[in-house]
Each structure stands twice: as C-alpha cells, then as structure tokens.
Design a protein around this ligand. Sequence first.
Ligand SMILES: NC(=O)c1ccc[n+]([C@@H]2O[C@H](COP(=O)([O-])OP(=O)(O)OC[C@H]3O[C@@H](n4cnc5c(N)ncnc54)[C@H](OP(=O)(O)O)[C@@H]3O)[C@@H](O)[C@H]2O)c1
Length: 263
Amino acid sequence: MLATYAPPLGASAYRAGADGGRSGGEDAGGADPRVSDSADDSAGDGAWLRLNFVSSLDGAATREGLSGGLGRGGDKRVFDLQRRWADVVLVGAGTARAEGYGAMALDDEAVAWRRAQGLAPHPVFALVTGRLDLDPASPIFAEAPVRPLVYTVASAPAEARSALSAVAEVVDAGETSVDPAHVRADLAARGLLRIHAEGGPSLFGAFLTAGVVDELCLTIAPTVEGGSAGRIAHADAAAPTDMRPASVLLSGDGELLLRHVRA
Ligand SMILES: NC(=O)c1ccc[n+]([C@@H]2O[C@H](COP(=O)([O-])OP(=O)(O)OC[C@H]3O[C@@H](n4cnc5c(N)ncnc54)[C@H](OP(=O)(O)O)[C@@H]3O)[C@@H](O)[C@H]2O)c1
C-alpha cells in the first residue's frame, strides 16, 4: 500500500518568535514528511493535496491584484518550506500569469535538503489551463529543471497544444474543463504523492467542488484591505466543506499561520 504523507508543518519549524519563525528548529527545513495513518488518505490513492493561501483579515486574497503584498516574513517562509516538501507544485494558469511565475527551481539549500531526504532535487511544476494561454518560451518552460506538466482539456487550441508539447507534457484531463479528480489521479499514478497547490482561487474552487482537497494552509495577514478583492476560493456553485483545525501559529510578523485538514 502506498504511504500517505501528512503535512510537514512541524511546530519547531514554525515556532512563533521575534523573527517570524524563520529561524526554525532542528527541522528548519520544515518539510519532514510524516507518514500518517491511512485515515488521513481521503481519496485512498496515497496522495496528499494541500493548498496554500494568504488572506487579509477581511478576506481579501490580493492587494493590487497580487498576493505578494499581503504576505510577510512568516508567510514567505512557509511558502518556501512547502515547496521544499512537494513532489509537485500545482498552479492555475491565472496565477502563473498574474504572479509572473518562473521555473520551479529550488535554491541550493533546498535541493541539498531534498537530496538528503531521498527526494528529487526539484518538484515537478504542474499547470492547469483550459486555453493553453502560456508562452512556451517563458522561463516556466525554458529554464525548467524538470519537464513541466500541463493539464488541459481536449478542446484546447491545437496550435497552442503543439507549441507547448515541445516544452512540457500536455495531459488532457477533461473535455471542456479540467477535472480535478483526473489531475489528482494522474499525479498519484506518476508517484507524485505530495501535491502542493499554490492557487489560485479558481483552481481552489474547482478542486474544492470536486472534493479532492486534503489540507488548507492559510496565512491570515494582519491587515484589513477593504476594496473589492476576491476571496481565496471561487466557483459558480458553493461547496461547503468542513475542515478540522490542525495547527494555529503566530509568526513574529503578526501573521496567523493556520493549517486545516479535511474533517
Ligand atoms: N492570496 C493568495 O494566496 C493567492 C494565491 C494564488 C493566486 N492569487 C491571486 O489570484 C488571482 C488569480 O486568480 P485566478 O482565479 O485567475 O487564478 P487561478 O485559479 O490560478 O487561474 C485560473 C485559470 O486557471 C485555469 N483553470 C483553473 N481551474 C481550471 C479548470 N478546472 N479547468 C480549466 N482551467 C482551469 C484557467 O486557465 P486558462 O485561462 O489558461 O484556461 C483559469 O482561467 C491573481 O490575482 C493572484 O495573484 C492569490
């Protein structure tokens, strides 16, 4: 039976402190994957699918159109450590475009830590897109240490499919929209069990609706934004999903670092 990987947010790595938890503990790599009991394996596929978001106190997922303005030191530390843990980093095309994603290449320290854990040097970068509106010449692909995966739909534009197929593995995962269950199953079949998703809201909404989310890590930034920014999950239909709190930590930057797993 495949192992199930529980979340790695060891308290020692995220201890509240004057430096925002950045000093870490003996597992400052933060990504010691703990093998959990099978009860945690909601889909029975051995995979664990985590999403990570930052939000303001009043629920804004962005400031001036980007998430980066909300997060502080603790959030950035968590963001880096979660990538360190992952077999695959999953991102919606909207976030990749808006946030100007580059290649999914970790720094030398992270690579050394991963090698010591027996992990591949870098996680696979997996993108979700219906329109395939991604530039094959962008650093996402041109500088990728590992050939990225692109999950798309059968009806995607043929020209874009052909261009992206030269630089990535393009996988059909639905007819007109990407089926999150298909994505999860395909990643699990590839042995990419530690699935770390960095958003964005449309991807989260779709994955929540499909019932394939195991964990939400949410940084509550100590700011009230007002305005009209959206929330961290968005879909046409609501999908109420009970979550169980697993840890609550306060960073030295005043951020609440929340971790909830599926109830
Ligand atoms: N607060 C946070 O932590 C956080 C995290 C991430 C992003 N964000 C913010 O969120 C905003 C982007 O929001 P977003 O909702 O557009 O992001 P998104 O979910 O990353 O991207 C949406 C796009 O992803 C593709 N997609 C997602 N689910 C799909 C499905 N089931 N089937 C087919 N395609 C699918 C589509 O791409 P195509 O258009 O290519 O078909 C869709 O337009 C940005 O402002 C970003 O800064 C905030």
